[in-house]
Design a binder for this molecule. Structure first.
Ligand code: HEC
Ligand code: HEC
Ligand code: HEC
Ligand code: HEC
Ligand code: HEC
Ligand code: HEC
Ligand code: HEC
Length: 658
């Protein structure tokens, strides 16, 4: 059986059938105050304290600001300007041989554009141009590119790999090129930016989209602190903490690590009930907001790019130094956390390797404060074979498993490993929560289902979820059971469970799953109610709107369908599914040229769209234009050689068009 490696979350690709269900986060309900924040002495953990932005901090802390803005975090996100881009532009177009598309980035005055095109011989037979609005990634490793449809955010299919100085498809796209369709949601944006805010009713439209990670992501919201300082309320911070703002150094070591691993931990992030990705504030326990699940392999030593925190946590240095209780105050003399080695206000590019080596020596050298610890087994002369010192042998830069053309440093500090030792072998046996040694059965079950959904669609994971649900029935929500039924295509069971839910109270995703089950069971009336609920809960989420409109069309409620489609098309004029249904609707209303225009609009966005070609072929055939009908049937078959419907059409139309 083919094994899929966990795809680095930054480049997580929705599986084809899961486009909609990925990112099924809860509605942004007012979060109940988390346990850890209620206990914290820091006053800015409270929901009522607002964010003020980096420019405000700059006013009084210009020293921190001046270096921080040149770090990877300070430059993590921005408008696509010539200054922001790290790329060189004189290169051949990138070719995706699988899908037969070329990609070419270029500047047109100050706008960055990406051209997607297809050749036949020397002729360009198709092209689409999108303007890039934002660049994600400081360029220390990569620049990836976002475009917007109306207000909604999508990734573009081209990435610049700085370390090799080349353009290529984004990671993961080489096997599954989703072109311009990958939605950028809060999960993604909240690791790469100051606190963003998703527009109500949407998943990938933002009404607050700052320009890069800022001070408050590590210090918490600053409103109260600024108000106090302006009012002259000062604290002598050499003697005591200023509780109006979080200084991570003053936190217990585990809460301090939680700040960094809020973002530097890659895995399957599973939200606690009622929580969302913007609920974490520095000083909270990360596991109060979400748990991060990783697979455990039979023989495991793999390592992924955003996995710094997980890798460090596997090191004897980390485990043995932080053996004390979690709430113990951080002490750099005994504990080991990220900030022993990193000053987050200064980039690693500006940090001499020596300063890292000194950290090793503080613990591992004779005469150091911790001279009982082991020393290097190599003699000083042998160590000198690598003039860059301890870290170059014990924290080597390696390829990451899931990103091509990128190297990062392995943060698992250990005896040097040979390349073959470092490879994963065996199969994934289980999942574990990196930031919670004792996850609840409900969270673990949720993790299994979403792992199946997002990373590894093997029945094995659903079986694990199922047995947990049987063992702890009273702890499992109906929504989670419905999700499991949905993954298993067990419509009968799903419908039975749905009886226990009030449709008006369900979240959009559960409603959608119910709609699908009813729809497949030929109960269009029930399905319509549930599609409507999904649509009305997330009215700017075009996928739900398109499905609702489609069901309305099938129920012959054409005027209502038109309202949904027109509203959404005004917001997102480049959505394929909306145009497909718009064409269908117009054709049913006998507006022939409008139908053709809508379907052609769809094919301009996606020249390989199966249904688009088939509908057009059928329509032209009805109009007696069998030549055009054949052309579209052939195009459908070229792009989808496994479609029997396309094949049958081609054969039949060829017999009509000798
Ligand atoms: C859990 C937090 C998290 C999520 C979610 C996440 N990323 Fe990342 N990403 C990171 C971290 C941390 C790094 C830096 C890793 C390093 O430097 O070694 C990174 C690195 C990157 C880089 C390379 C930056 C550079 O130049 O070094 C890009 C581009 C990127 N991510 C894009 C994305 C996109 C697009 C998404 C969502 C679709 C996403 N990421 C989701 C945490 C995350
Ligand atoms: C009006 C001036 C002013 C502004 C604006 C300001 N600070 Fe401060 N900050 C201070 C002063 C003065 C201190 C030291 C004395 C104190 O804490 O009372 C301080 C201390 C701190 C500390 C150390 C607290 C401790 O316990 O060690 C942190 C962290 C901090 N500021 C972060 C920020 C951040 C982040 C922002 C932006 C959200 C910000 N500050 C905005 C004036 C300001
Ligand atoms: C809001 C999410 C977030 C938080 C919180 C966060 N990081 Fe990062 N960090 C990132 C991302 C994303 C990148 C990669 C940015 C890029 O290069 O585009 C990064 C890059 C870095 C880098 C390399 C870039 C450089 O120029 O040095 C270091 C080191 C780092 N982080 C350390 C830390 C430490 C230590 C903490 C905790 C005190 C922390 N980070 C907290 C998201 C975060
Ligand atoms: C990636 C996390 C991170 C970000 C982003 C960050 N800080 Fe800090 N900050 C820390 C940590 C960790 C400490 C404690 C460092 C130490 O004592 O070793 C700290 C300490 C401080 C202090 C108090 C200690 C001192 O050295 O004066 C101030 C003030 C401060 N930061 C201001 C800022 C400002 C202003 C920004 C934005 C321009 C910012 N920080 C961005 C993590 C961060
Ligand atoms: C805060 C103290 C501390 C720092 C800093 C530190 N270590 Fe350690 N390290 C330890 C402890 C504690 C152990 C486990 C006890 C022992 O092996 O003596 C350990 C174990 C190790 C081991 C043995 C690992 C194994 O799996 O048996 C190696 C190798 C090592 N450290 C190398 C390094 C290097 C290289 C650095 C710098 C990059 C470093 N350490 C930084 C405390 C530290
Ligand atoms: C024992 C020292 C040490 C500790 C502890 C440590 N780092 Fe690093 N880190 C390094 C070194 C060394 C580099 C490579 C610096 C260079 O390229 O010059 C690095 C680089 C990085 C980078 C840049 C990308 C890369 O891999 O080269 C990120 C991001 C990062 N560290 C995050 C973290 C986070 C998050 C933590 C805590 C979970 C952490 N580090 C703890 C030593 C450390
Ligand atoms: C040229 C590469 C190289 C350099 C440089 C190097 N080491 Fe090592 N180190 C090794 C190797 C190889 C081993 C394991 C030897 C073995 O397994 O017999 C080792 C073992 C260790 C151990 C484990 C001891 C044990 O009993 O498990 C520690 C601790 C350690 N090194 C710390 C350091 C520190 C601190 C530095 C910098 C002062 C350093 N090393 C520099 C290659 C290096």
């Amino acid at each position: 059986m083919k094994r899929r490696w966990p795809i680095w979350i930054c480049f997580l690709l929705p599986l084809a059938w899961a486009v909609i269900v990925v990112g099924s986060c809860s509605n942004n309900q007012a979060a109940a105050t988390a346990d850890s924040s209620a206990r914290s002495p820091f006053l800015n953990l409270n929901d009522s304290v607002g964010y003020v932005g980096i420019e405000t901090c700059r006013g009084c802390h210009s020293d921190k600001h001046s270096t921080f803005t040149h770090t990877g975090m300070g430059e993590s996100f921005g408008l696509a300007t010539r200054e922001k881009s790290a790329a060189r532009f004189q290169q051949k177009a990138v070719y995706d041989a699988k899908r037969n598309f070329y990609y070419w980035p270029y500047w047109e005055s100050d706008s960055l554009r990406i051209l997607e095109f297809r050749l036949q011989g020397r002729d360009t037979v198709y092209k689409r141009i999108e303007t890039i609005r934002y660049i994600i990634g400081s360029g220390q490793h990569t620049n990836s590119h976002f475009w917007v449809d109306g207000n909604t955010l999508y990734q573009a299919p081209l990435t610049y790999y700085t370390q090799e100085g080349k353009w290529d498809l984004p990671p993961g796209y080489e096997t599954h090129n989703t072109r311009f369709q990958r939605k950028i949601d809060l999960e993604c944006m909240s690791c790469h930016n100051a606190m963003p805010h998703v527009k109500k009713g949407s998943v990938n439209a933002f009404d607050r989209l700052p320009m890069g990670i800022d001070c408050e992501r590590c210090h918490g919201p600053g409103e109260l602190h600024v108000a106090q300082k302006k009012a002259g309320i000062l604290v002598d911070t050499r003697k005591q903490a200023d509780y109006s703002i979080v200084n991570p150094r003053r936190l217990p070591w585990s809460l301090q690590v939680d700040i960094c691993q809020r973002c530097h931990l890659q895995g399957n992030n599973v939200l606690k009930p009622g929580k969302n990705f913007d609920d974490f504030r520095p000083g909270m326990k990360l596991s109060d907001v979400f748990e991060v699940y990783m697979p455990r392999y039979e023989n495991s030593d793999y390592f992924v790019m955003a996995g710094h925190a997980e890798r460090l946590a596997m090191s004897a240095c980390f485990i043995k130094s932080n053996q004390g209780i979690e709430t113990e105050a951080y002490n750099p003399g005994t504990h080991l956390t990220c900030i022993n080695c990193h000053n987050p206000h200064v980039s690693v590019k500006q940090t001499r390797l020596d300063s890292f080596n000194q950290q090793c020596q503080q613990c591992h050298q004779a005469g150091s404060s911790r001279s009982s610890l082991h020393r290097c087994l190599l003699s000083p002369a042998e160590q000198k074979r690598n003039p860059k010192g301890c870290v170059s042998c014990h924290m080597p830069a390696s390829d990451t498993r899931d990103i091509p053309h990128v190297t990062v440093h392995d943060h698992r500090i250990q005896r040097p490993q040979s390349k073959s030792q470092a490879l994963v072998s065996g199969r994934a046996l289980d999942l574990y929560a990196v930031n919670n040694p004792n996850p609840s059965p409900a969270m673990l079950a949720k993790a299994y289902v979403s792992w199946f959904e997002k990373f590894d669609p093997q029945e094995f994971w659903l079986q694990k979820a199922d047995s947990l649900m049987r063992a702890y029935p009273e702890q499992m929500s109906l929504e989670l059971r419905i999700q499991l039924d949905y993954m298993r295509h067990d419509d009968r069971s799903l419908i039975q469970r749905a009886q226990g839910l009030e449709l008006g109270q369900t979240d959009a995703w559960t409603a959608y799953r119910m709609a699908k089950a009813w729809d497949r069971s030929q109960n269009l009336d029930k399905a319509l109610e549930a599609y409507k609920r999904a649509y009305e809960s997330l009215p700017l989420y075009s996928d739900f709107g398109a499905e609702y409109a489609n069901a309305l069309i099938r129920a012959k409620r054409l005027n209502e369908a038109q309202t949904v489609l027109s509203t959404l098309l005004r917001e997102q004029p480049k959505n394929e599914w909306l145009w497909l249904n718009q064409g269908l609707l117009a054709s049913l209303q006998g507006r022939s040229s409008e139908a053709i225009t809508a379907w052609n609009r769809l094919l301009e966005l996606n020249p390989d769209h199966l249904e688009g070609h088939l509908y057009l072929s059928e329509w032209y055939e009805r109009l007696g234009k069998t030549g055009a009908a054949l052309m579209h049937a052939e195009a459908a078959f070229r792009a989808h050689s496994n479609s029997q419907e396309a094949e049958k059409r081609v054969v039949r139309l060829r017999s009509l068009n000798p």
